[in-house]
Ligand binder design. Structure first.
Ligand SMILES: [Ca+2]
Ligand SMILES: [Ca+2]
Length: 284
């Protein structure tokens, strides 16, 4: 019996712990290099009592498999090479960018910004950052990738279930933010980044400690598109927008404080930014 088979049996015996006996997360090889974690069927406690947009609630699932990290530039480039897919930002000829030296909430138009050149032709280029999450893709672009690969985007509650990995706290590691646990914005504003977590923009996936089930970057790096809309969103807004979870390299406590397990972000489903990405889910 080879080692992975032993792990699967141990995993089954542990009934939902998602960890092998050696403490390593159990992962399966998926298509296009994805490493997948199985979230077993069950009812999970999500949200938080009294939270204005994500109150405490139970989520029942028949189980699913979810990628251990955000979809990378290398993975997206193979999709484009195989299909000739052209993203919304490429068709438009420009996208919005931001970064160090910007005012709070300042996103400015950059001609030529797209997934290959997330901050415009001056770089940095995605080709030179194959293990960074793909960005400057819209929700519709992300859906196209998922369809090609035979998967889909996670539902809001599926994302939170996997991101929590059993935690009931604001972050996977507790209720107090720890800068070295995730790639967010370090500094009191976007004029200057203190670089405490080591990266100003995106970081290679799997650069920070995983959560208890082995998922990386659920907090920060890039916002992750999800399917479904919260009850508080109007039907009209839901038609135009796609939701995102977990915050990004651009988030800080002072601006876009969405880098946690509770808040739900949203944006126009055909728009893109250099801090928006996704991870894939597969049905069991
Ligand atoms: Ca950072
Ligand atoms: Ca993320």
């Amino acid at each position: 019996m080879d080692r992975p088979a032993v792990k699967r049996i141990v995993f089954a015996m542990l009934a939902g712990s998602l960890m092998a006996a050696d403490g390593e997360a159990v992962k399966q090889d998926g298509p296009n290099g994805h490493k997948l974690i199985t979230v077993p069927a069950g009812t999970y406690a999500l949200g938080s009592k009294g939270h204005p947009t994500n109150p405490a609630h139970a989520f029942k699932t028949s189980g699913f498999r979810i990628a251990d990290c955000e979809t990378t530039n290398a993975q997206f480039s193979r999709f484009v090479a195989a299909t000739g897919y052209v993203t919304y930002a490429e068709k438009q000829g420009w996208s919005l960018i931001g970064g160090e030296g910007s005012a709070e909430w300042e996103w400015r138009r950059m001609d030529g910004a797209n997934w290959r050149h997330p901050f415009g032709p001056q770089g940095p280029d995605a080709e030179k950052l194959p293990d960074h999450p793909v960005t400057q893709i819209s929700g519709e672009d992300a859906r196209a990738y998922c369809k090609w690969i035979g998967g889909r985007l996670p539902q809001l509650d599926e994302w939170e279930t996997a991101a929590r990995a059993g935690a009931t706290t604001r972050y996977p590691w507790g209720d107090t933010y720890v800068p070295r646990c995730a790639n967010t914005w370090n500094g009191i504003n976007h004029l200057k980044n203190t670089r405490e977590d080591g990266y100003v923009l995106t970081s290679p996936v799997r650069s920070y400690p995983p959560n208890a089930w082995g998922l990386y970057d659920v907090i920060g790096n890039v916002f992750e598109y999800c399917e479904g809309h919260p009850a508080w969103m109007s039907a009209e807004e839901a038609k135009r927008k796609i939701c995102g979870r977990g915050g990004s390299w651009w988030c800080s406590d002072h601006c876009c404080n969405f880098h946690n397990l509770l808040d739900v972000g949203r944006m126009i489903r055909t728009a893109s930014l250099p801090n928006q990405g996704f991870r894939v889910v597969f049905d069991l």
